[in-house]
Write a protein that binds this ligand. Structure first.
Ligand code: SAM
Length: 263
């Protein structure tokens, strides 16, 4: 039976075979490796991924699509126990537990309506993940890769993603590669979790709070945006001018702010 794409689940299905192959080639997986796919949909990436010989876990929220995948997929794949369907909300799922191994790759043409919280959720398993490959709205990939001085493209997503991962934008994908076509261009990005983090942060919760507060009021100076977390004198003692704004601060400078012990 034909599936009617559901907007609330961000269902824009990939239909361009050249793009599909390019994405699967970029994942570079094979026998003995475990891959977790978020949002398999109707299986555009799923079957070519299975053809590489990897073990594949897919997490899909839409019960109708899970039922369809179960019907569509050749039974012998299940018998080989290389293909595992999980009907779940990826935002709440314990992705590491689903993968069941210490080293796996995470991939997905992510539902654009929840892509940012989903990316933050995946960082929980960064130590188990060797590589992530995501299709996202082009603008989100630009934000992930932005640096201090890039204006409003640079934000919390840039700082936190670059703290946890090396960000490699790969290629863009036009709306015509999907059905239904989205209203925006998309990009493929590769994220490689750092083995050793690029800056030393003593307390990651505090680092996250400072970055969030600084960009939460991005038009304000740090003196005002961080008022509840540190004083102007403490900002100066961390080596930063309180008159600057969040979008001017590098990852190192955010780390310096977070590491400063406030009195
Ligand atoms: N991978 C397919 C493709 O490329 O054609 C589908 C991609 S579509 C953009 C996003 C998929 O994620 C849909 O199948 C949708 O049902 C699923 N999805 C949406 N929200 C989800 C969630 N919270 N957890 C798991 N899957 C979700």
């Amino acid at each position: 039976m034909k599936h009617k794409p559901r907007k609330r689940f961000g269902q824009n299905f990939l239909v361009d075979q050249t793009i599909i192959q390019r994405i699967v080639d970029s994942i570079n997986t094979g026998p003995g490796q475990t891959v977790v796919e978020i949002g398999p949909g109707q299986g555009a990436l799923t079957l070519p991924l299975l053809e590489t010989g990897c073990d594949l876990h897919v997490i899909e929220i839409d019960r109708d699509l899970v039922a369809k995948l179960r019907l569509d997929y050749p039974v012998q794949l299940n018998d080989e126990r290389r293909f595992f369907l999980h009907q779940a909300d990826a935002l709440r799922a314990d992705i590491g537990k689903i993968a069941g191994v210490d080293n796996f790759k995470l991939v997905g043409n992510l539902p654009y309506n929840i892509s940012t919280p989903l990316i933050f959720h995946t960082f929980t398993w960064r130590k188990q993940i060797s590589e992530m490959l995501f299709m996202l709205q082009k603008e989100v990939v630009n934000r992930m890769a932005a640096s201090a001085g890039d204006g409003k493209t640079y934000g919390r997503l840039s700082v936190m993603t670059q703290y946890y991962c090396k960000v490699e934008p790969l290629f863009t994908v036009p709306p015509g590669a999907f059905f239904p076509p989205p209203q925006v261009h998309s990009s493929i990005v590769r994220l490689i979790p750092h083995h050793s983090l690029p800056v030393k942060v003593n307390d990651e919760d505090r680092f996250d709070k400072i970055v969030k507060a600084a960009f939460g009021m991005r038009r304000k100076t740090l003196r005002n945006a961080l008022k509840l977390l540190m004083s102007a004198d403490e900002i100066i003692a961390a080596g930063i001018q309180p008159s600057v704004r969040a979008e001017q601060l590098t990852l190192e400078e955010f780390a310096a702010l977070a590491n400063h012990v406030c009195g």
